[in-house]
Write a protein of this length. Structure first.
Ligand SMILES: Cc1cc2nc3c(=O)[nH]c(=O)nc-3n(C[C@H](O)[C@H](O)[C@H](O)COP(=O)(O)OP(=O)(O)OC[C@H]3O[C@@H](n4cnc5c(N)ncnc54)[C@H](O)[C@@H]3O)c2cc1C
Length: 440
């Protein structure tokens, strides 16, 4: 989206004259600002404001909602399955192009852990973030209404696997939200909630450095969160999380954020991939050994020109992705106009992470911050980065209102099954009877 946005400004004359056309292929009609997902899960930002509508922002581009299944760069053709493909029975469409920008990002990297595919959930999309929020509150409702201690215990146990941004921020925000929500339940105390963070290495949040990572662990543990380092999830079959240190936790919630891998589309192209499956690129963001193909973001292996380490690639994060998008637009425009492409060079500025409302950790340009100042910096930084003035204003308004009123504690899990009520009304029959009711 950032590349197309800049490109439509750069190629204004050509677009007006009809000598250029920009086509954006995306499975959803919106772009997700992923760093805001934990705040959306906590209910601090509404889901609509975490996403940016492509049609509004890219008003000079042609938007095709669909998934690119194959790219045959030798013939400059992309095969795309659109939303209408199954409906009209004509199959995928074929798009031809002069210049290709490929940036499909990454997907969750899973391991063959028994039960993972059946019971776990990821944390990469707005649907997952909101689904998880609803799920956590629903578990509290289950725990509050059951008389079976085993059901209650499993409902109030939440396991998060992976101590990177996504895992730590998701856990910290959800725990914070659940702790607050507990005050509205007559029979759930905050101490009854069991949150477990499972991390295979000996540290968390490597992006903020060792010292701040240690601080984050202390902060989480002070909130009674069980942080287990050098530990792996061995199984979550039958809703029991079994860890490599021998611990077993019956649970109905396993969140998997243990790393990412490049999007599957990359394997269906004739573009060169490195050993980790990322597209090999030059510092100009050109796909290595090709003409007219460009790549950026998590999917691209771009040499980090600012690193002293030989052969180092830019890390897969938003900081690089948004800056690379800018260079991609410059270089594609230069290619169209016969100009010279420039190199991508950005030295990592450090990172900020939220650990819940008013809590955070940051290591930016050598400066280390923790607690409220870090949290404030986290918000200020991401507000400055989220695209469009419209979204910035809405997010700011929501934060301001949230500061004036009490937090939202509602779970709208039924939104995920909008026809359930009508199906019963239309003769689907009442829900199953179950055992006879008991006195409480
Ligand atoms: C919860 C969370 C928190 C994060 N926090 C931070 C943070 O604080 N700071 C930071 O720097 N980074 C953060 N990141 C990482 C950051 O969001 C990513 O590095 C960044 O989004 C990568 O950008 P991208 O454009 O490469 O990919 P994406 O943003 O993933 O975009 C790729 C797009 O391509 C689409 N796509 C995929 N396959 C196809 C296909 N076949 N056809 C068409 N379209 C396709 C996808 O649907 C998606 O819309 C976070 C990530 C998560 C999940």
């Amino acid at each position: 989206m950032y590349t197309a946005l800049r490109l439509q400004r750069k190629l204004k004359t050509e677009l007006r004259a009809g000598t250029a056309e920009i086509t954006v292929v995306a499975p959803d009609p919106y772009m997700t600002y992923q760093p805001f997902l934990p705040e959306a899960a906590a209910g601090n930002i509404s889901p609509r404001h975490v996403v940016v509508p492509l049609r509004r922002v890219l008003d000079k581009c042609r938007i095709v909602i669909g998934e690119a299944d194959r790219i045959d760069h030798a013939h400059r053709t992309a095969t795309v399955t659109t939303l209408a493909s199954p409906e009209d029975g004509t199959g995928a469409i074929r798009l031809t192009y002069d210049e290709l920008v490929i940036a499909p990002g990454s997907i969750s990297r899973t391991l063959p852990v028994p039960g993972l595919a059946d019971y776990a959930i990821g944390f990469k999309t707005v649907e997952e973030a909101i689904g998880l929020r609803n799920h956590v509150i629903e578990q509290m409702d289950i725990a509050s209404s059951t008389r079976d201690p085993a059901v209650r215990d499993a409902a109030l146990t939440f396991v998060v696997v992976g101590g990177g941004y996504a895992g730590v921020e998701a856990l910290a925000e959800l725990e914070d939200m659940a702790r607050y929500t507990a005050r509205y339940y007559h029979n759930i105390r905050p101490e009854d909630l069991k949150w477990i963070l499972v991390e295979a290495s000996d540290r968390i949040l490597p992006e903020v450095g060792e010292e701040m990572g240690r601080y984050a662990i202390r902060e989480l543990r002070s909130r009674n969160i069980d942080v287990r380092l050098e530990t792996r999830l061995d199984s979550c079959e039958n809703r029991i999380a079994v860890l490599s240190d021998g611990a077993r936790f019956p649970t109905r919630t396993v969140v998997w954020t243990a790393g990412v891998k490049p999007a599957p589309l990359l394997a269906a192209t004739d573009l060169p991939l490195n050993e980790r499956g990322r597209i090999e690129c030059t510092a100009q963001l050109r796909v290595a050994g090709t003409d007219h193909a460009w790549a950026g973001g998590d999917a691209a292996a771009v040499p980090d020109l600012t690193s002293r380490e030989k052969g180092k690639e830019c890390a897969p994060n938003a900081q690089h992705a948004v800056r690379q998008a800018k260079v991609l637009a410059e270089n594609v425009a230069a290619a169209v106009r016969g100009g010279e492409p420039v190199e991508y060079r950005h030295s990592y500025a450090g990172s900020v992470a939220s650990l819940g409302l008013h809590k955070g950790v940051a290591h930016v340009y050598g400066r280390k911050l923790k607690g409220y100042p870090a949290w404030f910096m986290h918000r200020a930084y991401h507000l400055s980065r989220v695209p469009t003035f419209n979204r910035k204003a809405r997010v700011l308004a929501e934060w301001t209102l949230a500061g004036l009123f009490k937090r939202e504690i509602v779970s709208l899990g039924s939104l995920e099954h909008p026809r359930a009520e009508f199906e019963i009304a239309a003769g689907g029959g009442p829900p199953g009877k179950g055992p006879a009711p008991q006195d409480t």
